[in-house]
Structures are given as C-alpha cells and as structure tokens.
Design a protein around this ligand. Structure first.
Ligand code: PNS
Length: 165
C-alpha cells in the first residue's frame, strides 16, 4: 500500500505548543506529515520571515521521524497534489474555529474532491493559544514560555529586544 501523507498547512508565525501538539497527534496517524508554511500569506507583515519559521519548526520537530517541513505558495490543493498527499490536517480549538475551517475544507473539496481534510483537537491546555496572542502577550512583557517551544522563546527574545521572559 502507498504511504499515507498529509499536509499540515499554516502561517506558523510563530509555531506554538498547540501546533506542536497537533503535529505529534497527526504524526501518529499518518505515515508522513508535511508541515507546510504558506509563503504568500495575506495576514499582514509577519514577525518572523519564512526561513526563520522554517528553521524554528525544523528544530522543534527534529525528534519526529516522519515529519518534514516545507513551504508553499498559491493553492493548497495544488501543493497537496504535488506532494502526493491524501489529506490536509487542521486543528480545531473551539467552536469559533469551526466556521472558517468548514469553509476552507469545503472549498478545498470543491477544488480537489480527492483531498480529505482531517480535523484534530489539540490538548485542552492549548485551546486558547494562538500565534497572534503569543506575539501580543510577549510584546507586552508577558511570559509565554509554557505556550511555545523553548527555541521559539529564544527567537522571540532576539526579535523583540528588551523582553526578557
Ligand atoms: O495558520 P492559518 O493562517 O490559519 O493557515 C491558513 C492556510 C495557510 C491553511 C490557508 O490560508 C491556505 O490554505 N492558503 C492557501 C491558499 C488556498 O489554497 N486557498 C483556498 C482554500 S480556502
């Protein structure tokens, strides 16, 4: 049988423990998980460049034998096709995520009926964690060390000088 490959796409600006939790759950149920950073995000100016995000995710996932990090541009379904992936993995933290995720999953299905979307829930302790909140709290001097991997805390300190936590 062909190995089952899934794509876990996102902006990852930066990677959080919620993302990492989902990566570890996803990696257990597929043969290969490709964490894919969107290069042309319309979310405004990112804090970290794409190569920085790539490096942070690589460092944080190096103990997983079946996780690979990549970047993509344009349509996710095209990238999934190129990668011969059968599924897209997305996390749902709360009901508020559902509408957006449902729309994306349905649009992706319209674009490629063969590609499935798998939804998984992160651990309860990370249900309120988002990259946006992490940046906001860190910027105001808050301690985010329990919510992002240690290498991300270090990068945040380098990126936002003067913040020590
Ligand atoms: O971490 P995010 O920002 O919620 O991830 C969003 C992402 C990257 C999964 C989504 O924006 C995406 O897939 N963009 C690629 C463009 C695309 O395929 N659009 C059509 C599907 S709605």
């Amino acid at each position: 049988m062909e190995p089952i490959r899934a794509i876990y796409p996102g902006t990852f600006d930066p990677l959080t423990n919620g993302h990492l939790d989902l990566i570890s759950r996803g990696a257990k149920i597929v043969d290969e998980l490709v964490v894919a950073i969107l290069r042309n995000s319309d979310k405004g100016t990112p804090l970290f460049s794409v190569p920085e995000r790539e490096e942070m995710i690589r460092e944080a996932t190096r103990d997983f034998g079946n996780v690979r990090v990549a970047t993509f541009d344009g349509l996710l379904v095209e990238f999934a096709r190129e990668q011969k992936a059968k599924a897209v993995l997305r996390g749902i933290r709360a009901i508020s995520d559902y509408e957006y995720e449902f729309q994306m999953a349905m649009m992706n299905r319209k674009l490629d009926p063969e590609l499935e979307t798998l939804f998984m829930m992160p651990a309860e302790k990370y249900t309120y964690v988002s990259s946006r909140l992490i940046k906001g709290v860190f910027n105001l001097g808050g301690d985010v060390s329990a919510l992002v991997p240690p290498n991300v805390v270090e990068r945040l300190k380098q990126k936002v000088p003067g913040k020590r936590k």
